[in-house]
Each structure stands twice: as C-alpha cells, then as structure tokens.
Design a protein around this ligand. Structure first.
Ligand code: DGL
Length: 267
C-alpha cells in the first residue's frame, strides 16, 4: 500500500526548513505541506496560551490540507503545545524533544549536556525533564538565546553579528564544560558554522531534526503511512505573514528558490 498524502510540518518561520531538509534526504518519496507562522515570529517570548492557540489554528489548517502525519518542526511548540493538543486530532504527530534527547545521550562522551533554545523552551523545562528521565545522572545546562531567531529570520546568519551573539550565549555553557550541545531551536542549524567556531571541534552538536525524521519514518512505517518511491512528489508552502520575506530567507539558506509560497490568514 502506498499513501500519497503529504506530511504536514510547521514552525514560526524558516526554522522548520531544517526539518524539511531532513525529510527530503531521508524520505525523498514523501510530499510535504509546510506552514511558517511568520506573522507571529518569534515564538520564544510567547506565553503557553498563545502558543497553544497558534498551534491549534495551524494544525486545523494542515488537517484541512489532508496531511497523514504531522511533524512539529518547532522546539517551542514541541515543548509546550504538543502534549496539550495531541489528543485533539486524529492525525498522528511527533515533536523534536524525545528524539533529540535520545541522540544527545547517545553521542555524549561525558554526560554533560547543554541545551540552547528559545526562552519559552528553556522555561518549559521539557528538554531538561526528558534528559533526566533517560538518565538522572546527567548534568544538564539550559541557555535561552532570544536574539538568534530574529537574526536568522532577517537573513543575517553568517555575519559578525550572528557570531558575536552565538559566542555570548554559548559562553556559560562552555564554562560549564558541556561535551554535547543540543541545538534546541530549528532556526539554529542555520548558525551551525558559528556554533562550531565558538565551541571548537570537540563538543558534539546535536540537531534533533535528523533523529526526529528517522523516528517519524519508523512510526509512519509501522502505521502503514509511507509512500512508495517513484511516484510524483509535491512540496507546498504556506505562511501567515509576508511570503516574499519567507522566500528570500529560505533561498539564502537552502541555496534554492521555493517557487510558490501562499499566504493564509489565520483567525
Ligand atoms: N524555530 C522554533 C523553535 O524551534 C521557534 C523559534 C521562535 O520563533 O522563537 O523553537
């Protein structure tokens, strides 16, 4: 059986494209519907009530597009909204936290794990709890980095400004001696070069997108939701704000044009 329906994914803006990238690589036979809520970016300073209400509107839209599976391509929503909204929809869903944590524990050499993420994700304690649940002996260090998402959304990754911001946020984690750092926001892999430069070669960087896509593929296979290779594949993009800004930033980071991005007004 081949399930031609698309996978839905969403984020506050371009960050979730780091998850799309992994879907294109690991499940090239799958179509996708991407929603970037760039009218509400950044999500980091939002309250849980706001985030849950945005997630509900976006999920309703994705379900109306006929998606068969949903990936929360946003750590902030994976931390806060997913546990609340999961039961409201018949479509199976996955978030980034558990797969990211399992990968971090797998690669960590000394059990000293840092998480860098939005204020909302760090404040939620979702990563810290998930890490401790896997292994209570881990030393866990969280760092919020509120300036990074606006820099990425403005297309200013790869600049002196982004390097200085990353260096400032990473400093306490370096002092704590982390051996592994979870990039706990889907925008941050676009700043990987900055993280690498500041941390040096020995600290392991974990982008939860890859582990999450692998976990999604396993679950979809179990549920009989995978598409067979060889069919036609379509990727559709929707935003709540300005489609041109999304398109421009996406082109900068992906190195290719997204031909059509449609604006959808959420209530
Ligand atoms: N990229 C999202 C995340 O992974 C949201 C970032 C934001 O808008 O603050 O948390």
């Amino acid at each position: 059986m081949s399930d031609l329906r698309p996978i839905g994914l969403f984020d506050s803006g371009v960050g979730g494209l780091t998850v799309s990238r992994q879907i294109f690589r690991l499940m090239p036979q799958e179509s996708t519907v991407y929603f970037g809520d760039n009218a509400h970016v950044p999500y980091g300073p939002r309250t849980p009530e706001e985030l849950i209400s945005f997630a509900d509107e976006i999920l309703t839209f994705l379900v109306s597009c006929g998606v068969k599976y949903i990936i929360f391509a946003c750590n902030t929503n994976s931390s806060i909204s997913l546990p609340v909204v999961r039961e409201r929809y018949a479509v199976p869903m996955i978030g980034l936290i558990e797969p990211g944590v399992r990968e971090a524990v797998r690669v960590s050499t000394g059990g000293r794990i840092g998480i860098i993420a939005t204020e909302a994700t760090i404040k939620s304690g979702a990563y810290q709890r998930a890490l401790k649940a896997l292994n209570p002996d881990l030393a866990v260090f969280g760092q919020a980095a509120p300036r990074l998402v606006p820099l990425v959304e403005a297309g200013r990754a790869g600049t002196r400004e982004s390097l200085a911001a990353v260096a400032e946020y990473v400093q306490p984690l370096k002092r704590a001696g982390v051996d592994t750092l979870i990039l706990g926001c889907t925008h941050y892999p676009f700043l990987e070069a900055e993280f690498r430069e500041v941390l040096g070669p020995d600290v392991k960087l974990v982008d939860p997108a890859e582990a999450t896509t692998i976990a999604a593929r396993e679950e979809m296979s179990r549920l009989g939701l995978l598409n067979n290779p060889g069919g036609s594949v379509q990727h559709r993009y929707f935003v709540s704000g300005d489609p041109r800004v999304f398109q421009e930033t996406a082109r900068l980071f992906l190195g290719e044009e997204i031909p059509s991005v449609k604006q959808v007004k959420l209530d």
